[in-house]
Design a protein. Sequence first.
Length: 496
Amino acid sequence: MPPAPPPAPTSGDSPDAPPEVLTEGALGRALLMAVLASGAALRIHWALNDEGLYWPDEVYQSLEPAHRLVFGYGLVAWEFVEGARNWALPGLVAGVLGLARLFGGTNPAVYLDVIKGFFALLGVATAWGSWRLARAYGASELAATAGASLFALAAVPIYFAPRALSENASALPVVLGLALALPRGSSRRAVLAGASLLGLAVLLRLQNGVFCVGLLGVLVAQRRWRAAGESLAVLAGWAFAYGLLDRLTWGRWFHSARVYLDFNILRDGASAWGTAPFSYYGRVFFQGMPAVALLTGGLALLAARRAPGLLAVTALFFLLHALQPHKELRFLVPALPLFAALAGVGLDAVLASWPPRFARVAAMGVVAVATVSGAKAGSLTFGDVGQYEDSRPGASAWDDSGDVNRLLLAASRRQDLCGLKIEVVHLAWTGGYSYLHQPVPLYPHNGPPRGSGLYSHVITLPGYAPGEVVAQSGPLVLSRLREGCVPDPGYAWRLP
């Protein structure tokens, strides 16, 4: 029997490949490095130059409980009173915070930058995961890179990137898990590793269970019975880990999942923070990055023939969130790298019949659209990201409450601080003890009066600061009212 013929060379991998294929492969790799480096630079820039909040969850469901784990004190939100969240995300943030502390990063200005930088770089890794997912579905390096740029360089993903949110933490295991487990040609080891990553994603954010159900559904639809059974066993193991974590921390198996689902599904409690119509996500994505939204959506649809399972799973996640009354743009962050990967696959399907020269121009055009979006990220308003649409849609989405947080950082350096009141904003829209980093009472705007003597400093407006102004940020000041404080034995660490 004659020997089997050697495998066909892949783009750019064989020295015998035609020069034009070599050029395309080299261009794809060089462009990928440039896209990831640019995405990292934009994310790190905003991580170091924004002290604002998009929503209190980025502090009180991650930074603040992590601060309590590492340093022993912090404000406690209702979710960590009733147990509506598990401790996976705070544990992850506490690990980063603990490493920063181990290497001398006990100054909040330092460890906060480390945490934000960590999440920013996690976003860069997620962009690479988007490229990897597109490649798993046969997209060329150039087309996959162009698709990944729609996540790496686009304005909305850049805006959310540095924030310590469960959506950001779980996006990477979601995209890598699907890249490993979903394509038909995946090995048994890849399927098991992918299912495990999806299980981890659920541990970080419960809603990612939709991707697990989607994976099993696709495997069954493809009649990959063994892969479906083994994936189910792996996911069951992660479900056990989820329940065990709740048992160890809250005292009851799956306690956080039960409380969360009861509050959000049975009681529709999240609607108290606002509701929006089915069209919300499509409209807001178009407002925040119109060219990227149109391009991503159109190219993703063109991937339907080559990646029907991936498109179905991504569409299911989108649809279920669009059907929920309470909507926030961040909820779809785990799906954004999937849409970008689909765009890469769709682009490759189009470019396959084009001459190489025109294909390269088209791919570079996609990257250019994403680059322009990222360059304009600094002009995003709250209306562009779907937040506070009824109250201040034209306000900048960046550095909201940043002045308060910078004054909290200034207060953290005061040796004469024995208590602090923030008079200008609700405590939920501040950085809390993660920024203050002193175990002294922190009072809300409706807290005890100045005459109580319970606090020595106040964050307020200049005209309402009778004491010594010791720091200023924007229109706000940190004012020293007195020396010493009256002890407050009844001080509660509960976030009001």
